[in-house]
Design a protein around this ligand. Structure first.
Ligand SMILES: Cc1ncc(COP(=O)(O)O)c(C=O)c1O
Length: 452
């Protein structure tokens, strides 16, 4: 029975919009039950839906909204640019170089930048540039990592337990129907955070490897941190094999610190994929890297195109977002508030008798109903199978706090979240946890509480 305006709108949308939503991650299949929240407007850390419910938002547009909803400084600059220049010229203009410099200034490993509209595209041409530069085809990727939905790389992102194969030889699995099986022959899949697996992969295949691509913090599986020394070893092995190291910083770049995860860990990748927070909510992505690798696109040897690339609209957004997040102490505050929230959630769970912990950094984290956070996708799956994740989403949503329902979701912070917002969220969590504990006791566990 339809009872809310969101449910009515969802039903109406489904008449002509596939599945009633614009992307699979917004659908009831991804946990948005009983119906996706139909948003009327956002402001700062808050969302208002079509039923006049207000939520403290920790989805933050899946990551881009690093300054919250409708950040005045960015909106003003973009509006002025639109009025003075228009949205798109698809010809050269001065803001392109300025936006590229704003990114390169923050990342020592980035000499040159090219823009595109989505992270999927940027990851795609990262692979192309790596293959062109090395003259090799094979790419090593890891289970649980997401690098966009292209045929080239959407393999083994979130495989199911019954198909993922042996732990020391994961099956290379397409993430969708319609992806040619032959593409899988250009990929090698390993478990992440496992030095032995990494060394084995390079020992057996290093001479054929064009690149290894990794999220430096595993954002698409709950903000799992790399084990000490793991990324350093990956850097060494790639260099020794003549393969490129690609950091996919679509989630971490400009979110966890000024220089992303590479700045935090002090590791220089050869190529960096960026999107989301670099545009503070506008559709822009970038590939950055060393001059020798990136220059291949300059003389046309390696094709990179896109009508919408680096429009005045998105360049203005990048420039303004960099300026705003570059302010004194921006990331320190963001991470400190997020860490306080994460620790408070762990305490709230504990007070209700549920053992919990968290992983990630303040700006991007996940709460785990387990004594220790997982170290890779398979461990995360095992934790989720026995956890009341869906109950937490449902109970918080009922109390005006919106988080992503699926296990691979994250709590995403913005500069607009205040200390008072954190306090209010923790009050809601304390109120919600007894019901979450009940769900756990009843066995309402697993992805979507067993609903999926
Ligand atoms: C790490 C990572 N890489 C790539 C992508 C794809 O970016 P987009 O959705 O902009 O295509 C995402 C999206 O969530 C991501 O998290």
């Amino acid at each position: 029975m339809i009872t809310t305006r969101s449910e009515t709108l969802f039903e109406q949308a489904g008449k002509h919009l596939v599945g009633g939503v614009g992307s699979g991650t917004r659908s009831p299949r991804s946990g948005w039950l009983p119906a996706p929240v139909f948003v009327r407007s956002g402001e700062g850390a808050w969302l208002t839906d079509e039923d006049d419910n207000r939520y403290l938002d920790y989805v933050m547009g899946q990551g881009p909204l690093i300054l919250g909803h409708r950040p005045a400084a960015v909106i003003d600059e973009v509006t002025r640019t639109l009025q003075q220049r228009g949205s798109l010229v698809s010809l050269a203009h001065d803001l392109e170089g300025e936006a590229a410099a704003a990114i390169a200034d923050r990342m020592p490993a980035v000499d040159l930048v090219r823009f595109s509209s989505t992270g999927t595209e940027a990851a795609m041409y990262a692979l192309r540039f790596a293959r062109a530069f090395t003259g090799r085809d094979l790419v090593l990727r890891f289970e649980g990592h997401y690098h966009g939905w292209s045929d080239a790389i959407h393999w083994s992102a979130h495989p199911s337990t019954d198909t993922w194969g042996a732990a020391d030889a994961p099956t290379v699995l397409p993430g969708s129907t319609g992806i040619p099986g032959a593409v899988g022959e250009t990929l090698l899949v390993e478990r992440w955070n496992d030095v032995e697996a990494l060394e084995r992969a390079f020992r057996d295949h290093g001479d054929r490897m064009a690149a290894v691509i990794t999220e430096p913090i595993l954002g698409n599986c709950g903000g799992i941190m790399p084990a000490p020394g793991y990324l350093e070893r990956m850097r060494e092995l790639a260099t020794d094999a003549g393969a490129l190291l690609i950091f996919d910083e679509v989630l971490t770049g400009f979110r966890i610190g000024p220089g992303g995860a590479q700045g935090m860990f002090g590791i220089d990748p050869d190529l960096t994929v960026m999107a989301k927070a670099i545009g503070a909510g506008f559709p822009v992505a970038a590939l950055g890297g060393s001059r020798d690798v990136m220059e291949q696109a300059a003389d046309g040897r390696t094709m990179h195109g896109g009508t919408y690339n680096s429009s005045p609209l998105v360049c203005a957004a990048v420039i303004a977002a960099c300026r705003e997040t570059g302010g004194e102490g921006f990331y320190e505050h963001l991470n400190a508030r997020g860490a306080r929230l994460a620790e408070g959630l762990v305490d709230a769970a504990g007070a209700a008798g549920i053992e919990a912990c968290w992983s990630g950094v303040g700006a991007l984290f996940q709460l785990w109903f387990s004594p220790q956070p997982p170290s890779d996708y398979r461990e995360a799956n095992a934790i989720v199978a026995g956890s009341p994740f869906f109950a937490l989403y449902r109970e918080l949503r009922d109390r005006g706090v919106l988080i992503q329902p699926p296990q691979e979701g994250l709590w995403l912070m913005s500069g607009a979240h205040t200390d008072a917002d954190i306090d209010r969220t923790l009050e809601a969590a304390a109120d919600a946890m007894p019901a979450v504990a009940e769900a756990l006791a009843e066995g309402s566990v697993g992805p979507m509480g067993g609903l999926r």
